[in-house]
Design a protein around this ligand. Structure first.
Ligand code: 17E
Ligand code: FE2
Length: 412
């Protein structure tokens, strides 16, 4: 197959790219189609590697309002609502909802998903369902599972044992939630436990870290310190880190040195945290999104996640990473023209680093032909015109296609 005249990674100059036997085999100018070779016209379109959803909760998705709506809009009421819904989980319930959400994501060009799965459940129903689903969907979606202790590791009965069991059942990453533990001391101990477990079992780490507007919430320094001392480095990710929005600048200045030494990744979830945070404020109300611009400027790796699709924490969502970037750029004030052009990296290349996909991810000769074609020649246009994914290919096989809608003004 030959894709003609397409803007690879949104580059100004268009190129041709050939796919043979499921791999990218040639990138160049004026490539000629061989006899019978399928041709795709990429004029005014961009070619990107697949979208990556680096932070979502698939076990909770599509449950908003069941059995109760989150009326305060806080993280903590969300956790209460979910605790009630959790009582009636079955494997089929989890799989059926997660399948629907995965199909929504696939229709938005997503081919990789890191999902947090609540393991504070003595039956580990959701985790078992998700490990089975990971296998079931692998031809169209690569799933990474985080064993996520929603109600705490030390503050939930047998939390440590459940976390170990979840890792032994095949979770890819170990989670923690230090700001939800009963005490600061438990928070520190829970992070130590999670990172030591990951080191022992050779797993990645993704901590729900300081998702609170409390400027004294300092889980991040412990996560970064242990990542450094245990030699885990970029195997570790700190998600949310919304308290960093409220830290004083002198403290951030000191913290930044450790963050850089630790080389940990960050995931920010601007759709969900602009809505969940600032709920105890009157006016002015804090945005509650971590310091994305400043972290990127210091060379740290940051990606954006959707976090939720229609669940106790977020009543909206189509699973489209483009929507997350759209809002994130506003909230983080990353509206310079170059920043907008480059912002696709927040849901592609940067997320690939967090998921440890290595060099096999990306548009390069010799790589598997995993890619999407967006109906825009660069990401500025894609964001501004809400352009859709026209094609999504995995190993050269077409997974999704869309015909663009066409509107007409009927007056002169
Ligand atoms: N659980 C949590 O602790 N934080 C969140 N943002 C979500 C679930 C969605
Ligand atoms: Fe989350």
């Amino acid at each position: 197959m030959l894709i003609k005249n397409i803007h690879i990674d949104g580059k100004e100059m268009a190129n041709d790219i050939r796919i043979t036997d499921g791999k990218f085999t040639e990138i160049g100018e004026n490539l000629n189609a061989g006899p019978g070779e399928e041709l795709v016209d990429g004029t005014d379109c961009m070619l990107l590697p697949p979208m990556i959803e680096s932070h979502v909760h698939l076990d909770t998705c599509l449950t908003a309002g069941d059995p109760a709506w989150n009326m305060s809009g806080t993280l903590f009421e969300g956790i209460e609502c979910w605790a009630k819904r959790k009582e009636k989980l079955s494997k089929e319930d989890v799989k059926e909802r997660a399948r629907r959400a995965l199909r929504m994501q696939a229709a938005n060009g997503v081919q990789y998903v890191r999902t947090h799965v609540d393991i504070t459940d003595p039956t580990l129903t959701a985790l078992e369902a998700m490990t089975e689903l990971r296998e079931e969907v692998k031809d169209f979606m690569t799933i990474q599972i985080v064993a996520f202790p929603q109600e705490g590791i030390l503050s939930y009965p047998n939390g440590k044992e459940l976390l170990v069991k979840a890792v032994e059942m095949g979770a890819d990453c170990v989670g923690a939630i230090p700001h939800f533990e009963f005490t600061r001391e438990y928070g520190v101990e829970s992070v130590n436990f999670a990172l030591e477990l990951a080191a022992k079992y050779d797993r990645l780490v993704d901590v729900h870290c300081d998702e609170i507007d409390d400027e004294a919430s300092r889980g991040l320094e412990t996560v970064a310190c242990r990542a450094l001392e245990l030699g885990l480095f970029d195997k570790v990710t700190a998600s949310h880190t919304t308290a960093m929005h409220s830290y004083n600048n002198a403290y951030v200045n000191r913290l930044m040195r450790l963050l850089k030494m630790s080389r940990i990744n960050f995931v920010s979830n601007p759709l969900v945290n602009t809505h969940l945070q600032g709920r105890c404020d009157t006016y002015p109300k804090r945005r509650g999104v971590t310091r994305v611009k400043e972290l990127l400027a210091e060379g740290l790796n940051v990606s954006f996640g959707h976090d939720d699709v229609f669940d106790p924490w977020y009543p909206l969502g189509t699973g489209n990473p483009r929507d997350v970037v759209f809002l994130g750029l506003h909230v983080c004030q990353m509206m310079g023209y170059e920043e907008i052009l480059d912002s696709y990296k927040l849901v592609t290349y940067n997320a690939a680093r967090t998921l440890h996909l290595g060099d096999s991810y990306g548009i390069r000769e010799g790589n598997d032909a995993d890619c999407i074609i967006l109906n825009a020649k660069n990401f500025y246009q894609a964001l501004n015109e809400k352009s859709s994914v026209l094609y999504s290919y995995k190993k050269g096989k077409l997974l999704y296609r869309e015909t663009p809608a066409k509107g007409e003004l009927l007056f002169s």
